[in-house]
Design a protein around this ligand. Structure first.
Ligand code: NAD
Ligand code: DAU
Length: 334
């Protein structure tokens, strides 16, 4: 089997490329990635010179490029996206371009060549839960509240439209917050770990009581693998980590692992439109495909902290680039 993995130089995409090439010795992967600020060839350097992997630098909105690559492959696994909520608040336009227009370019190519298409989406399309509301499931109505989640919702609707209208063999997954190796240090867990290692304080938005359902990235890759191979065509699967925690709990746990105190926490202005709580009911994928999360939040955080301690050059290179400019801008503009 030959897969086209879009966004494979990013966080989850690169973990997925590693998973596929290690698990299936007879598979080949073409990674298509524009290498935006979030893409990093270092994430894929284990496959340099390996004939089973080919990297193509390019944009998913480039229809001619996408058409040729899709034609070569058996299936598309689509990760490429602008993925950070705070950046979507600063500049929504690129989110529409990549996440919606780019997804449509891929769908048109998959339709032309009749290829299997798996679309990686997010639980943020469902909006925000109250403390006593049932977790999101495949039956939850869409209610996106940030430019990021609205763009992902638009893409999800297009994918379903290509299934219903043209019979394209699609599946969709809506997943909760991932963490683990290669998480770009703008997201809560990687930002907290790297800030602490640099001796900086960790910025907590608002009261720190917002809840996310944390999923170790390796478990997410196993879920996508299961859907790609055994998922029912036209279906959506919700993927969660059974890891609901308040942000402040996560930060305190990281401080504890690193032997630091709560004096390293700094409360900052809240994110505009900040969703209060996400949680996923993953019973459908568990029942149909036998998948469930295997890494607890305590174990996953311990592994992740160790990865950032062992890979300081990786994140220091990122943080010494254009990162600082973005980081300051988001607080000034808020
Ligand atoms: P990421 O930001 O780490 O990586 C995105 C990758 O896409 C980067 O390598 C980037 O260079 C590439 N890319 C961006 N625009 C592109 C374009 N126009 N053409 C080609 N490549 C482009 O993101 P991630 O966290 O790995 O997320 C991957 C996917 O999973 C996204 O679709 C995201 O919406 C979804 N998702 C993420 C999470 C999470 O917690 N990180 C949770 C649920 C769903
Ligand atoms: O739920 C899935 C989504 O999870 C994905 O679709 C997105 O691509 C991914 O970025 C992530 O979105 P979040 O906005 O939930 O993740 P983030 O790591 O940015 O923030 C997690 C929580 O931590 C959120 O409540 C905001 C808060 N936060 C974040 C940062 C970066 C802080 O308190 N301080 C911070 O510095």
């Amino acid at each position: 089997m030959k897969l086209l993995v879009t966004g494979g130089a990013g966080f989850i995409g690169s973990n997925f490329v590693h998973h596929i090439l290690r698990t299936y010795p007879d598979y080949e992967v073409i990674t298509l990635d524009a290498l935006t600020y979030a893409g990093n060839l270092e994430n894929l350097k284990a496959w340099e010179g390996d004939t089973r992997h080919r990297f193509v630098k390019g944009n998913i909105t480039d229809r001619a490029l996408v058409d040729g690559l899709v034609a070569e492959c058996d299936a598309v696994v689509h990760f490429a996206a602008e993925s950070h909520v705070d950046r979507s608040i600063l500049d929504p336009g690129i989110f529409i371009e990549t996440n919606i227009v780019g997804t449509q370019a891929l769908l048109d190519a998959a339709k032309k060549h009749t290829k299997r298409f798996h679309h990686v989406s997010t639980d943020e399309v469902f909006g925000s839960l109250g403390p006593d509301e049932a977790p999101f499931s495949e039956k939850t109505l869409y209610d996106p509240r940030s430019p990021y989640s609205a763009s992902k919702a638009g893409a999800d609707h297009l994918v379903r439209a290509y299934f219903h209208t043209y019979g394209l063999p699609v599946t969709i997954s809506n997943c909760s917050n991932n963490y683990g190796p290669y998480l770009f240090p703008e997201k809560l867990i990687s930002l907290a770990i790297t800030h602490i290692l640099e001796g900086k304080k960790v910025p907590v938005y608002g009261d720190g009581l917002n809840v996310r359902d944390w999923l170790y990235v390796g478990d997410h890759c196993l879920a996508i693998d299961a859907i790609l191979h055994n998922g029912r065509i036209g279906e959506t699967y919700c993927i969660g980590g059974d890891g609901e925690r308040e942000n402040i709990w996560i930060i305190k746990k990281i401080l504890e692992i690193l032997g630091k105190t709560e004096a390293e926490i700094e409360h900052v202005k809240d994110r505009p439109g900040h969703d209060r709580r996400y949680a996923i009911d993953h019973s459908k994928i568990t029942r149909e495909l036998g998948w469930q999360p295997t890494v607890t939040i305590d174990e996953g955080l311990a592994r992740t902290v160790k990865w950032y301690q062992d890979n300081q050059v990786w994140w220091q290179d990122i943080k010494s680039g254009a990162y600082q400019e973005y980081y300051e801008e988001q607080y000034i503009k808020r």
